[in-house]
Design a protein around this ligand. Structure first.
Ligand SMILES: [Fe+2]
Length: 307
């Protein structure tokens, strides 16, 4: 399918037939993003449950530039249930009010990511201490259940490992388009990436998920990305352009691109983002008793507000 089959608003930077709009947007984006990475110290928050207008403005200003921001609560909250409530208050203050219904979500729709031996969780990598490859969250979700934003907050760091990397999806788009616009055409194809159906032992089945890697939300004219670097249980569209695009993206994510952020979050730190690409290294401990790391995550179907 040609890019011209997808409707974009006039002067949209996403239109592959409008280089002028793209180059103008790209120049500003890269200028601003480079500046932010150089000063990538977290935004300090006094109380995540009661954001001040200055803190909120600082978070939103960084998100407007790079779709994500690291923050640090001045005095880390260690109690899980208080942290859970604070995470929702924090997200609500940023316009994130539509939380997904995740099967592992507890109070306030917040999921505790830690080594777990519960029957429902233990076969899933997020609840182990194994490394996780690059992905965007919810890449297997139905189109009406897209994850557009999330908060990932560290309550306790691993003693060893558990390092995350993040890359703004718009930067990934720029790298691909600059290399070859046909990569974007291939990854915008509605059948670019298929995740086969998943059958759960308890009958909680998920149908196959077929869709593009890059899409533009017509309501907000914002870029959305659906991606996983997994190599099993995935089917890429079987054509040369898709294979070349996926290979390039794999290379980019394994590179030392200066706009890939690498961070080991400590207690009280977290990231707020528009579902940016991310991964994590493995970490120490393989049972709930001997593994310290606890991250709390809450995800949303809408994006971080711009004002
Ligand atoms: Fe994730």
């Amino acid at each position: 399918m040609a890019n011209s089959d997808i409707h974009f608003p006039d002067d949209s930077c996403w239109n592959l037939d409008d280089d002028a709009a793209y180059l103008a947007w790209r120049r500003v984006k890269l200028d601003q993003a480079s500046g932010l990475v150089e000063q990538s110290t977290p935004v300090v928050i006094g109380d995540m449950g009661a954001l001040t207008s200055v803190e909120r403005a600082a978070l939103m200003a960084r998100c407007a530039v790079s779709n994500g921001v690291l923050y640090r609560e001045q005095t880390p909250t260690q109690d899980e249930s208080s942290m859970s409530a604070k995470l929702r208050q924090f997200a609500n203050a940023l316009g994130l009010q539509i939380a997904e219904k995740h099967r592992s979500a507890g109070q306030d729709g917040v999921v505790a990511l830690q080594v777990s031996e519960s029957l429902r969780q233990k076969r899933y990598i997020p609840y182990s201490s194994k490394k996780m490859n690059w992905h965007t969250d919810g890449y297997y979700n139905a189109p009406d259940q897209k994850i557009r934003a999330m908060v990932l907050h560290c309550v306790r760091a691993a003693n060893d490992g558990g390092v995350n990397q993040f890359l703004d999806n718009e930067i990934a788009y720029i790298r691909l388009r600059d290399e070859n616009p046909d990569y974007i055409r291939a990854l915008m194809h509605p059948q670019a990436m298929t995740i086969p159906a998943n059958e759960e032992p308890d009958g909680d089945n998920r149908p196959a998920s077929i869709g593009p890697v890059f899409a533009v939300d017509p309501l907000t004219d914002t870029l959305e990305m659906r991606y996983t670097a997994r190599t099993r249980s995935i089917a890429w569209r079987d054509d040369a352009a898709t294979r070349a695009a996926v290979d390039f993206l794999t290379g980019l994510l394994g590179s030392d691109d200066p706009l890939i952020q690498t961070v080991k979050m400590q207690a009280g730190t977290g990231i707020l983002c528009n579902n940016s690409l991310h991964n994590r290294t493995g970490f120490d401990g393989d049972t709930p008793e001997n593994s310290a790391r606890l991250m709390m995550r809450v995800r949303f179907h809408n994006r971080i507000s711009k004002d």
